[in-house]
Design a binder for this molecule. Structure first.
Ligand code: 4AD
Ligand code: MG
Length: 477
């Protein structure tokens, strides 16, 4: 007989039909009722056992976590809480699960405990919901760009360049640490290494994406990126996924429009296609909020927050305006900021970003035209000579979700910038070629995929929205 999944059966009108499902036991109550889940939906299907005709040995092995195959008749449910259930005629234990040892019991586990059991946490409602939403968001990203004329481009993961110039890279080498050959001056001789040069894991696919945009017009990369920054926060990972569109002939205004439209589209997609999971996550968040002091609770429910973002314009504010707002703000005057804002040129910290978004504007904010000194080398210099065409999109509860820019397309200006930063021009010869041959205005951005998943699912810690998080001192599994 054809196997059905639980999602299909719960929506099915095949009452009185014989059905066959496989899944894992979530709970087993009164030696009679199995709540079965197979991952296809947040909801379980109730399977009623005919325990008089079920062998003792089989009954003994029906426990939380066990894998079972069930054959039976789909009937209208007698009990509350579900429309249909399965009157089981045959149950086969596929894989037992010793209840004494199985860590995921049908009770509330802390997120910390579940993080230590990341290989099993996906068997809980919360993580299954988060990861289904994550999967759908990923699809929505590809769908959005494909439908809007972008080509997906696979940026290399091992690179010889440092796109962000922040130097927070993981080295890639085949040398044994103690046996690496040395040059005359005692430094490591990478010319003898696998690639014949120093290489690292990419921090961003942008520079390579730019070369592709200058031929295919509109491209995007969506891949893993790596940063060896020692940030133990709820918003940083050492390995995360970034969505990076890059578009030829598009300026910063176009870039802001694209960023806003893109984020709204993918959120709309999950609101429609992950309804049950989002509703579950909304309830989860509500419970979590209850344990917080009243003044820290969110004023909006998860779904209201998501709809608010899709329905309202993001506020576009220049860095200079933002500094004025921050300088005159209450927390700044009352010295509540850890990093007080005194003058133009200050780098914005997460506390400032969150003040602007959560307290001042109360909506997503796009900050643009940052001081050149605090941004990467590739951003286009404005006519004022001191700001660059950068943009960051800031989200409530998250802070920066997108970082992007109109790129410096003028070869001479770019070369000057590179020289001023002490970067060796030869390392970027191929990048500079895009400015030598048919250069054009172009722009793009990077969206931190996990931060988006955090926002959409309402999860407070970024470690809970990626299957196996990599953070300082932690690369288990
Ligand atoms: O602002 P970032 O550093 O921008 C770039 O890398 C550009 N080259 C992107 C581009 O223009 N194509 O990073 C982009 C986004 C951030 O806004 C943030 O959402 C996310 O990536 N991000 C991180 N997410 C999780 N953990 C980290 N350590 C992150 N660092 C950045
Ligand atoms: Mg940034």
């Amino acid at each position: 007989m054809i196997k059905s999944n639980v999602a299909e059966l719960l929506n099915s009108d095949k009452i009185a039909h014989e059905v066959h499902v496989k899944g894992w036991v979530r709970t087993f109550r009164s030696n009679r009722f199995i709540a079965l889940n197979d991952g296809s939906t947040i909801n379980n299907i109730q399977c009623v056992i005919d325990f008089e005709n079920t062998e003792e040995e089989t009954l003994k092995h029906i426990s939380t976590g066990a894998a079972v195959a069930i054959t039976g008749t789909l009937i209208e449910s007698q009990g509350k809480g579900q429309k249909v259930e399965i009157q089981t005629s045959k149950i086969e234990i596929l894989g037992t699960s010793n209840p004494e040892e199985y860590p995921i019991q049908p009770k509330k586990h802390s997120l910390e405990f579940l993080r230590e059991n990341a290989h099993l946490r996906i068997r809980t409602n919360t993580f299954a919901a988060v990861m289904r939403v994550r999967a759908r968001l990923s699809f929505a990203v590809h769908k959005y760009f494909t439908e809007n004329g972008f080509y997906n481009f696979h940026a290399p993961i091992i690179t010889g360049s440092d796109a962000e110039g922040a130097g927070e890279m993981f080295k890639v080498s085949v040398f044994e640490p103690n046996e690496a050959p040395k040059t005359e001056d005692g430094s490591i001789d990478y010319s003898q290494d696998f690639f014949g040069k120093e290489t690292n894991l990419t921090v961003s696919g942008q520079l390579e994406a730019e070369t592709y945009a200058m031929a295919l017009g509109k491209v995007y990369t969506f891949g893993p990126t790596f940063r060896a920054e020692n940030s133990n926060t709820t918003r940083h990972l050492a390995e995360f996924w970034m969505v990076e569109p890059e578009v030829a002939f598009m300026d910063l205004d176009g870039n802001m429009d694209l960023g806003e439209d893109f984020i709204k589209a993918v959120i709309d997609d999950v609101l429609v296609n992950c309804k049950d999971d989002i509703e579950f996550l909304e309830q989860r968040l509500l419970q979590e909020e209850k344990s917080k002091p009243a003044n820290e609770r969110s004023e909006m429910s998860l779904i209201d927050k998501l709809k608010f973002v899709t329905k309202n314009n993001f506020m576009r504010v220049s860095y200079t305006e933002a500094i004025d707002i921050l300088r005159d703000s209450k927390p700044n005057k009352k010295k509540k900021f850890k990093f007080p804002i005194n003058e133009w040129g200050a780098d914005l910290q997460s506390e400032h970003e969150r003040f602007l978004v959560e307290k001042h504007f109360k909506c997503p904010v796009i900050l643009f035209d940052y001081p050149a000194d605090i941004k990467a080398f590739y951003m286009r210099l404005n006519d004022d000579g001191k700001t660059v065409r950068a943009m960051d999109i800031l989200f409530p509860g998250i802070g920066e979700i997108v970082g992007g820019a109109q790129r410096e397309e003028r070869l001479d200006v770019l070369k000057e910038k590179i020289a001023a930063l002490g970067i060796d021009e030869k390392e970027l010869w191929w990048y500079l070629d895009t400015r030598k041959f048919g250069t054009a205005v172009h722009s793009g951005f990077g969206l931190g995929f996990e931060r988006l998943v955090q926002f959409v699912t309402g999860m407070g810690n970024i470690r809970d929205v990626i299957p196996f998080p990599r953070t300082p001192q932690n690369a288990d599994f």
